[in-house]
Design a protein around this ligand. Structure first.
Ligand SMILES: [Zn+2]
Length: 534
């Protein structure tokens, strides 16, 4: 017997539950209009339209569905019924309701189920219906796989599939810098790498600097940890263990990010002590020779009724015969006293730069092997990077197959590592020529910096300067009894700080024979007679 579909009364059943998380499911309105269009094309008569916002995962959950089934059960023998629905899973997603529908089909009470994709007829076997229902679910699974595949393609093309990280915005399928946050992100990395701040300290500093969530709330240290760990900020996107080169504008350099990673992962980070004693271990008690140690002392401030913690230093009294250990020396006082010493190292920065430039011009005519070698290696590094860029462009344009791209890129990256190591080795070798000049100039600037800005420096930097410049620091009666400046700073201390260019260049005469032995202390920077440069 041939079914005359034109004589069938169709019930249009549309369903989308609020619990339905599958975004691929059309809205109720769209399901209705799509199916009406289909019915129009096929010349089918819709006698009733049902829309239901309930889940089909459990039976007896849908009053309108049950009403429809009861209608078909009761009148199905007299009247030919058909069901129109967008997809089979709109009708049933549980075995009980599926079985009811199948049974109605097999009895002939239900003549046909028409979906967008196909017809289900009483002659279809039960297995096929189950397979088809199952496939409806498979379709959903496939869709999510397609989404993942789409994401990968997007990543390979330099796009970021998802919400932009802090500091960036999603705009028209692109990721752009959120200008409000640009300097914050830079600051976070600088605090972490250059100032060696802990995440907790960064949290505090950034809050004080005004960094807030878009909702105006505070960011906590875990967020800063995430930022430091995210290569997105230097232009690299990480997803599922793979990295991709992003099209977005980086906020920081790759070098800065790598430094941050080195600190983060290789645990290079110094132990962030709540109380960092900048002067511990550099001072000795002049009475017994023992080292002075740091200690925190709590003091109540009456005016504000708060407790402040001060750093004090005292003799460790290792030999158990010194009375000086009862004397506590306040850290602030040591800073003042050492700053006085460093003031003798103040130079006129203009003068340093002037001498440097003068000597540099003089030196230019001399050929320097190491400088040339280093320049050549650096040139090769630049060329290598350009090659990598071109290769990536060609790969992204579809001109280079993936396998070849991966092979070549690996070769180039290996070469880059080797070249970088070579360049590092060359820098470590006895500096000559410009490099040496640069080094000497930097020593002068360090000394100058200590002289001019010691008090303003961070504790960690104070400690570095102290260890670099001073030794034999003896404390007696809470005063500096004795100290020595390390070379070459002791020599610098004795050279004229001001005056005209001639007097200074006279002191740094290029004739080695005219040098006082102390002047040659600069030579201890390397094995080159530096005095010959000046
Ligand atoms: Zn002592």
């Amino acid at each position: 017997m041939k079914t005359d579909f034109n004589k069938i009364k169709y019930i249009l059943y549309c369903r989308k539950s609020s619990e339905d998380k599958e975004r691929q499911v059309l809205s109720l309105g769209s399901q209705v209009s799509e199916m009406q269009r289909l019915a129009g094309n096929l010349g089918l008569e819709i006698t009733k339209t049902i829309t239901e916002s309930k889940s089909a995962k459990k039976p007896n959950n849908r009053p309108f569905f049950d009403e429809m089934i009861n209608l078909i059960k009761r009148y199905g023998e007299r009247q030919k019924y058909g069901i129109l629905c967008w997809k089979i899973d709109r009708l049933s997603r549980n075995p009980i309701d599926s079985a009811t529908i199948q049974w109605l089909l097999q009895q002939g009470k239900l003549q046909v189920i028409q979906t967008m994709e196909r017809q289900y007829l009483p002659s279809d076997n039960v297995l096929l219906f189950s397979v088809e229902s199952g496939m409806a679910n498979q379709y959903i699974l496939d869709l999510s796989k397609n989404v993942k595949r789409g994401n990968r393609t997007k990543l390979e093309q330099g796009g970021w599939p998802g919400l932009a990280p802090i500091g960036y915005l999603n705009a028209n399928c692109k990721i752009i810098i959120n200008e409000e946050y640009r300097h914050y992100i830079k600051q976070i990395f600088e605090l972490y790498v250059n100032k060696r701040k802990s995440f907790k300290q960064i949290e505090k500093i950034m809050h004080e600097n005004g960094m807030r969530t878009p909702g105006g709330r505070k960011y906590f240290s875990s967020t800063y940890h995430r930022i430091i760990n995210n290569p997105f900020y230097c232009g690299i996107m990480a997803r599922n263990g793979k990295t991709y080169v992003g099209n977005h504008e980086p906020v920081i350099s790759k070098e800065l990010f790598d430094q941050a990673q080195a600190i983060l992962h290789k645990k290079q980070q110094p132990k962030f002590k709540k109380h960092f004693f900048a002067f511990r271990g550099v001072m000795n008690c002049s009475n017994c020779g023992c080292i002075l140690t740091g200690e925190k002392v709590k003091k109540k401030i009456k005016a504000t009724n708060t407790i402040k913690i001060y750093n004090y230093y005292r003799c460790t009294n290792g030999k158990r015969q010194c009375e000086a250990h009862k004397k506590y020396l306040k850290e602030e006082k040591i800073v003042e006293m050492t700053a006085e010493i460093f003031k003798t190292l103040e130079y006129d920065e203009k003068l340093i730069n002037m001498v440097y430039k003068f000597k540099k011009t003089k030196y230019k005519s001399k050929n320097d092997y190491l400088d040339n070698a280093k320049q050549s290696v650096e040139k090769q590094i630049i060329l290598n990077k350009q090659k990598q860029d071109r290769l990536l462009d060609s790969y992204l344009a579809g001109l280079t197959p993936q396998a070849i791209y991966e092979n070549k890129v690996k070769d180039l990256q290996n070469e880059e590592v080797a070249l970088t190591a070579q360049s590092g080795n060359l820098s470590k070798k006895t500096p000559k020529g410009h490099t040496a000049l640069e080094l000497v100039k930097n020593e002068f600037l360090t000394a100058n910096n200590a002289g001019k800005r010691f008090i303003e420096l961070e504790k960690e930097d104070k400690s570095k300067i102290l260890n670099k410049l001073l030794w034999n620091l003896k404390i007696e009666d809470n005063k500096i009894a004795n100290f020595s400046l390390k070379e070459p700073y002791s020599w610098m201390q004795k050279t004229p700080k001001k005056g005209d260019f001639t007097s200074v260049s006279g002191c740094w005469d290029s004739n080695p024979g005219s040098h006082a032995p102390k002047a040659c202390a600069l030579s201890q920077l390397g094995h080159t007679p530096y005095c010959a440069l000046f």
